[in-house]
Design a protein. Structure first.
Lengths: 283, 261
């Protein structure tokens, strides 16, 4: 095309007279104010730490003076009572079952909650605000709180543990997943809408394919959290190995307690590692 | 009713106060191939998106196939959008889905939600999707993941998705701006062939003026949300372009120059 050649603009000449002379180079900004600010913040943190230590009655004397008691505890605990081991198998399986059910139930509920609590996906702004508020409320409560709540609501036992972990999982995973949903490529959503797709279709075809990898990864992560949490849930009466731990602690059978701690540690570590490997492989 | 699309004193003001279209009037006859030119920010994208309600018309109206966009809501809006296929500069495919699933997105307005959610597509809709893929020469890639295709192929999947809607109008928003010159011509040829074979009214935003001249039956020029040029594709002159752009043409405005570089 002839117009192209004739209409190419002339390259503009760059004048380079002051090159290397240093003229016009900006002064580095004054950092003194920043340094003073950092000093004030650091001093403040030290002050808060000392104040908190005084408040909880922290004392080096008490810490170091009681080392002999720790010594006696260790003496009582070792060697572990290995013969107690067969009585741990069933509670351990129960602990794992609680974690599996809590994870599955929690993640299934977390999925719609996360979609409604993602600003870019929620069908209406008010739905987003309500979901986000509910999600934040849920997250302020720790797993042990849920366990205590459900243990008194539905009686002591594994079912309370499952309910507690479901609540805990929804709180953690819906937050993570809603943030993933807010970070997806939104342009595809417009394409699905332009084709005449409604909200459900847009979520199914534009949002879901983009968040599947995150969802799978978070499910495994929730399982790892829940395996750890479910070992201590029994301490407040929500089933599993923790209930055995509580009983043995209350009768000062420290050689059994140490066995429970060691076995739980081993199981948690092994399952966590397997889950981590699966997560890496899948995502 | 003669016009396929009629802009009737259309105003689009965005929530941030930016004016997209300013008292815009235009009629487009059924089956026409119209190229829209103008600087970026002139309102080209807004004009296309006002047709299928992706942007909100704040005053006046756009009449598409006898239906006013402004009053359309819910399923009415979905049915209007179903008749208007759209093609995007950045393709907007769901990269993790297969080519066929991407094309079937064009059938969403017709397929019951419970079926599309579990991907239990009715046979006739799958047939329509395959026909659309055949038309852009990608039938053999139906089960490939969309992300594995080249840019030109992805844009043709985008065209197939629009075709699967069996639309009466196709809107193409800078369809070749992300493609190299050779692929650009292939995609423009596809759009032209579809316009001629199926008689689908086609509106294309372009910023390459030589492509506009080559393919347009009619060229429409926009500047600051207003219509500043309207004429036959082969009648447009360099002066007309200078007027639309408010400046002299440069090499950047011409695709051939990019080939030469």
């Amino acid at each position: 095309m002839s117009t192209a050649a004739t209409m190419r603009p002339a390259a503009t000449q760059v004048s380079g007279t002051t090159k290397g002379s240093g003229a016009g180079r900006p002064e580095p900004p004054d950092r003194l104010a920043g340094r003073v600010g950092m000093g004030v913040i650091f001093a403040g943190l030290v002050g808060i730490t000392l104040w908190a230590g005084k408040l909880v009655g922290f004392s080096w004397g008490e810490l170091l003076g009681n080392l002999d008691k720790v010594d006696r505890l260790v003496d009582d605990s070792f060697p572990p009572e290995w013969a107690f081991w067969p009585r741990l198998v069933d509670p351990l399986l129960e602990t794992i079952q609680i974690a599996v059910l809590g994870t599955a139930g929690g993640c299934l509920i977390a999925l719609p909650v996360a979609l409604l609590a993602a600003r870019t996906v929620a069908p209406r702004p008010w739905i987003y605000r309500v979901s986000r508020m509910g999600m934040n409320l849920l997250r302020t409560m720790p797993d042990l709180f849920w366990a205590m709540l459900f243990a008194s609501a539905v009686r002591f036992g594994p079912f309370a543990g499952v309910l507690a972990l479901i609540a805990f999982t929804v709180a953690v995973i819906s937050k993570l997943l809603s943030e993933s949903a807010e970070a997806i490529d939104l342009s595809v959503l417009e394409a699905v809408r332009a084709s005449g797709g409604g909200w459900i279709e847009t979520v199914r075809f534009a949002v879901w394919p983009q968040i599947i990898p995150h969802f799978v990864s978070y499910t495994f992560y929730a399982f790892e959290l829940n395996i750890r949490a479910s070992t201590v849930l029994g301490l407040v009466g929500a089933g599993g190995i923790g209930m055995v731990l509580r009983t043995q602690l209350s009768v000062f059978e420290y050689d059994r307690v140490i066995l429970i701690v060691l076995v739980s540690l081993a199981v948690v570590l092994v399952i966590e590692r397997i889950s981590e490997m699966a997560r890496r492989r899948l995502v | 009713m003669s016009a396929a699309i009629r802009f009737d004193h259309t105003h689009v003001v965005y929530p941030n106060g930016v004016r997209g279209l300013d008292d815009f009037d235009l009629e487009i006859e059924a089956g026409q191939m119209v190229v829209v030119v103008g600087l970026s920010g002139a309102g080209k994208s807004t004009m296309l998106r006002a047709i299928n309600g992706l942007v909100t018309v704040t005053d006046g109206d756009v009449i598409v196939g006898g239906t006013g966009v402004r009053a359309a809501q819910g399923s009415g809006l979905r049915q209007l959008r179903a008749k208007v296929g759209m093609i995007f500069q950045d393709f907007r495919l769901v990269r993790r889905l297969s080519v066929l699933d991407n094309v079937l997105i064009g059938r969403l307005a017709q397929v019951p939600t419970w079926r599309s959610v579990i991907k239990a597509w009715p046979k006739e809709d799958v047939d329509i999707a395959f026909d659309a893929l055949e038309r852009v020469g990608l039938m053999d890639r139906a089960y490939t993941k969309a992300s594995q295709l080249s840019g030109g192929q992805q844009q043709r999947v985008g065209i197939a998705r629009a075709l699967a809607q069996q639309p009466s109008v196709i809107l193409a928003d800078e369809p070749v701006a992300s493609l190299d010159p050779v692929t650009s011509k292939q995609v423009m040829d596809d759009l032209q062939r579809i316009n001629r074979d199926l008689g689908i009214t086609t509106l294309i935003n372009l910023h390459f003026l030589d492509l506009a001249k080559q393919y347009a039956e009619r060229i429409v020029g926009l500047r600051q949300g207003k219509l500043v040029f309207d004429g036959a594709g082969d009648a447009v002159t360099e002066d007309d372009f200078n007027q639309i752009y408010g400046r002299a043409m440069t090499a950047d405005d011409v695709l051939e120059a990019h080939v030469a570089l």
